[in-house]
Ligand binder design. Sequence first.
Ligand code: ADP
Ligand code: ADP
Ligand code: MG
Length: 448
Amino acid sequence: MFKKILVANRGEIAIRVMRAAKELGVKTVAVYSEADKDAPHVQYADEAFPIGPAQSTLSYLHIPNIINAAVHTGAEAIHPGYGFLSENDHFARICETWGLAFIGPPATAIQQMGVKAGARKLMAEAGVPVVPGTDGTVSDVEEAKRVADSIGYPVLVKASFGGGGRGIRIVQDAEGLADALERASREAKSAFGQGDVYLEKYLINPRHIEIQVLADKHGNVVTLGERESSLQRRRQKVLEEAPSAAMTPDLRARMSEAAARAAKAVHYESAGTLEFLLDSSGAFYFMEMNTRVQVEHPCTESITGVDIVKEQLRVAAGLPLSITQDQVEFRGWSVECRINAEDPQLQFRPSPGTVTTWKEPGGPWVRVDAAAQAGYEVQPYYDSLLAKLVTWGRDREEAIERMARALDEFQVEGVKTTIGMHQQLMADPEFRRGNIHINFLAERFKGA
Ligand code: ADP
Ligand code: ADP
Ligand code: MG
């Protein structure tokens, strides 16, 4: 195992990674921007190193400063967390060049899955069902029209390099197509530096179901079941759970098999997630792979007892996974609520400011992954996730009741949060019955 690692991230995920490191006896180096010099992740680490101004392009995304920090502090490996440099194959390669292990998949796997249009093709070739759409990217309007006619409207124009729910545009009919292609491409170019787009059939009210995979350098691939992430606001996840209320043992077996096949097709290593859409007929389709640890990984940890981040560290150090597929057992239900600093009254606009009161819930089977405290400044530069509140119960109902109780205990003042929205959700009869889909939240909450 490594002696020391650097965590190239901030907030709750930086602390999450350092906790895993600590349990493995690995020393940690935090990096921080000028805005974060007193941030909780800096306080948690064994050492900390400044990497530049608040703006993330000059700090958390600035590769030379991060490599410098790792070399200077004698770290042997870098964990990128999620967001920032986690799905940047150049970064993974540069780490290797400097003799630093990248705690994530091989650069080639990141690259193959990161180009979403190419990933669709690769998955189709591997026999994984993909959402009907174009074979690759489209630039030609006539070709796009042909494909859209054959799959049927509405269709989505998606940025091949998109992520975080951005770069997706819905087109209702042939008339809107040319304009949507052109705008989507222009937006993608400015947001992701790359204007390639592709078409996908727009599925009506499907569920978002994803499969967690782990793979090591010894050819072992293990799947840890599904999470449901259907509750989204503007295509960004808000609440996740594991397992899914829509799942059957047969469907789980088929989705897990497809996920393992997908991972093997790109010679995957480390933790990764295959995202699928499940339609009302029970058919599922590959959407994308997130080649990194996901925000909602704790739900899976809660029902399997597997520490996903520790497995990532083991794999990067060349050790085999600590579990085999036979040893994976599911127990009970887990729900995660993302507590964001956002104002539900103002279309969920980010709500930066100073946290004046911070009192976390506790008690049995309640997990809080957070990086805030009283006096903490919520920065406008970074994403608005303040905490992840995760509960476990013997069944879905108990996990939800426990979540309702924990949300009532959670006190945050000084900034607006999504706690109230989650409280409403816990009381929602349709949610309680498990009748959810990707547009459920928008139907329930104005501005969502
Ligand atoms: P991102 O990289 O931004 O996460 P995804 O391809 O995973 O992009 O899509 C984000 C979300 O958009 C999905 O979770 C789903 O809610 C919605 N979505 C994506 N593709 C489709 C589709 N073909 N039909 C309906 N909804 C979709
Ligand atoms: P998860 O699939 O782990 O739930 P999210 O889609 O919520 O992940 O993304 C995790 C974090 O990474 C979020 O903070 C999101 O804003 C950010 N993110 C992911 N992909 C991109 C991207 N291509 N550009 C900008 N931010 C991104
Ligand atoms: Mg996605």
